[in-house]
Design a protein around this ligand. Structure first.
Ligand SMILES: CSC[C@@H](O)[C@@H](O)C(=O)COP(=O)(O)O
Length: 352
């Protein structure tokens, strides 16, 4: 199946699809170094927790390939750590970049203490470590798709006309390919058990109407766009079987930070007796924090609420509150957390 490609990495060249220009134009822009990646992530030219980490890491691989003047492995380790620490500051809520940075620094430390590896080999091995993320993410997403589709189908008594609601964008555009929550939807469609997907607009940044709707139309998956304020009515009217969303950071107890509006969908799902799932790779799970209370929530520019493009749509002078994410308590995740290792109840994650 042809899917959209948010990230192109070939012959040491990195390009990303500029998501600010979607759906009007599919334009790829080069990312030549860590500074370019940091700016693209910050400006949301690339977004979505896994895609942020992959672009960050690949930008470092590109920069390392072009780097000649590194004389010792210690120097290499300092260089890599400094760049990764910088990338982690690009956006605060998604944990994937932070976990990828920690894993890469750990790899550097191993290489520094391995006397059989010289500085050039160490550099090559760090690059390989960073590059491996692209293929690993696609494999994880395919597994998430299969596990999620199997679980929903089983819990809904092998129904073959499932109606699924989703939020934000969790597809090819938010990952290396296939997607997490949207990957599960793709797998349901492939298995011919999907009647229709209902995607929310996802105000104020409209990742649902601009990006998810674009992916669904692109792949001919039957889909209906609803405004966020229609979610309760749509759940009732269309007899939604399950809501499935992605995650920016899952705490050890299963509390999940995801795009603003996710929490209200979970509350609505509970009152409509609809299964609520989170789909996320283990690279989005932060076992270092016990509950969702400690997850940092990004505050976004108020102009995203007060303007549509360049046109002001809110009264000038009004005070605004624009958190980019909210936290859904674990107890509302009734379907489970779908990962590449299987589907877990939130309280099973720590032992998974
Ligand atoms: C597989 S993407 C999961 C999440 O990152 C996604 O649902 C989300 O909240 C993205 O937010 P964004 O602000 O567009 O980066």
């Amino acid at each position: 199946m042809v899917t959209l490609q948010a990230i192109k990495y070939c012959d040491d060249r990195l390009e990303i699809l500029d998501q600010l220009l979607l759906p009007e134009s599919c334009t790829y822009i080069p990312i030549n170094n860590v500074q370019d990646a940091w700016a693209a992530i910050r400006e949301m030219k690339v977004r979505g927790a896994p895609a942020i980490a992959i672009v960050g890491c690949l930008s470092l691989a590109v920069e390392l390939r072009r780097l000649n003047a590194v004389h010792t492995k210690e120097e290499l380790q300092c260089f890599v750590k400094e760049k990764l620490d910088y990338l982690v500051t690009s956006r605060p809520t998604a944990v994937n970049m932070q976990l990828a940075a920690e894993a890469c620094v750990k790899r550097c430390i191993q290489l520094v203490s391995d006397a059989t590896v010289d500085v050039n080999e160490a550099k090559e091995l760090v690059i390989k470590h960073l590059e491996a993320m692209l293929a690993a993410d696609i494999a994880d997403n395919l597994a998430i798709g299969e596990h999620g589709a199997a679980d929903i189908t089983k819990k809904k008594g092998d129904k073959n006309n499932l109606r699924i609601m989703t939020h934000c964008n969790t597809g090819s555009l938010a990952t290396a390919g296939y997607g997490t929550a949207l990957g599960v939807i793709r797998s349901l469609h492939k298995a011919k058990v999907l009647d229709r997907v209902y995607c929310t607009e996802t105000r104020p940044y409209n990742q649902g109407s601009r990006l998810t709707a674009f992916e669904l139309v692109y792949e001919n998956i039957p889909a209906t766009l609803v405004c966020d304020s229609m979610a309760a009515a749509a759940m009732k009217e269309f007899k939604i079987d399950a809501v499935i969303v992605g995650a920016d950071r899952v705490a050890a107890n299963g509390d999940t930070a995801n795009k603003i509006g996710t929490y209200q969908l979970a509350v609505l799902a509970k009152s409509h007796n609809v299964l609520f799932y989170v789909a996320a790779p283990f690279s989005s799970i932060d076992f270092e924090i016990a509950t969702g209370q400690s997850i940092p929530i990004e505050e976004r520019p108020h102009s995203e609420m007060t303007h549509t493009g360049t046109i002001r749509t809110a009264a000038a002078g009004i005070h605004c509150w624009n958190p980019g994410f909210d936290v859904t308590p674990a107890e509302l995740i009734t379907g489970g957390i779908v990962t590449e290792k299987g589907v877990f109840k939130p309280d099973q994650l720590v032992s998974a």
